[in-house]
Design a protein around this ligand. Structure first.
Ligand code: SAH
Length: 232
């Protein structure tokens, strides 16, 4: 067995010990090659439980957080799911193994293009991507059975996201300032109101409005040129 396969098995066993009891979620992580989504310089850490840089100041979440959030969604193979924050496309690909279709939105063009390329190479066919502001959701495709947001809302879950969940559906989203962020699961009741459960403490990059402008892209590109070259 090669080193990657051994590390991967060790990671799956660790996720199980840490409370990931869904065999479907464990299998989805097992069949998604995390190294394909990260810059080559981090390949030896692909199966460590670490968040890693993916360029533009953003990170791929650590596997345990991806697994917990995926499990918290309680997916069904028929579900239509919206993800906010495509990043490198890893979480979207994990979701694609567990539901009918994933819609995913990213605000940085270089990350959006890179994620599309990786998912194409991996021949993932049930993901639709959009370069846009995910805080507005995806009204043309709404409603969704499930919505997952992989960037943290400062104060509260955006109303647009709550309004685009189907009755009985969930929104899983981190909320709070850096240092005091919690993962929440919202559930839409038949009367249209949402109930809210506090799940656990997390650390995410912030949910920001609008598509990143050229000036923002340039500032970020000069901050980590080496990483950007490798990531995008
Ligand atoms: N799910 C990603 C994690 C990415 S980190 C993965 O598997 O790699 C969070 C991402 O959210 C970043 O790429 C960031 O650019 C993006 N983001 C932040 N605010 C956003 C918004 N309003 N709309 C879309 N994407 C947003």
């Amino acid at each position: 067995m090669n080193a990657d396969a051994t590390r991967k098995i060790r990671l799956i066993m660790y996720l199980r010990e840490k409370g990931i009891h869904s065999t479907d979620v464990l299998r989805a992580l097992e069949i998604t090659p995390r190294e394909a989504f990260i810059p080559e310089m981090f390949h030896d850490q692909a199966y460590e439980d670490l968040a890693l840089p993916i360029g533009r100041g953003q990170t791929i979440s650590q596997p345990l957080v991806v697994a917990h959030m995926t499990q918290a969604l309680k997916l069904d193979p028929m579900h239509k799911v919206l993800e906010i924050g495509t990043g490198c496309g890893y979480q979207a690909t994990v979701l694609s193994h567990l539901c009918r279709r994933v819609y995913t939105i990213e605000r940085h063009r270089p990350l959006f293009e890179n994620a599309n390329r990786t998912m194409d190479e991996l021949r993932v066919r049930n993901i639709t991507t959009l370069l846009g502001d995910g805080m507005k959701g995806w009204p043309a495709q709404a409603p969704f059975d499930r919505i997952i947001c992989t960037a943290a809302a400062r104060r509260e879950a955006p109303y647009e996201l709550l309004s685009q969940i189907k009755e009985g559906g969930h929104l899983v989203i981190p909320v709070g300032e850096p240092g005091d962020q919690w993962l929440y699961r919202f559930t839409k009741r038949p009367d249209g109101e949402c109930t809210k459960e506090k799940l656990f403490s997390v650390r995410f990059v912030p949910l920001l409005p609008d598509i990143a402008r050229d000036s923002e892209e340039e500032a970020l590109a000069t901050r980590d040129p080496e990483l950007m070259e490798m990531a995008v």
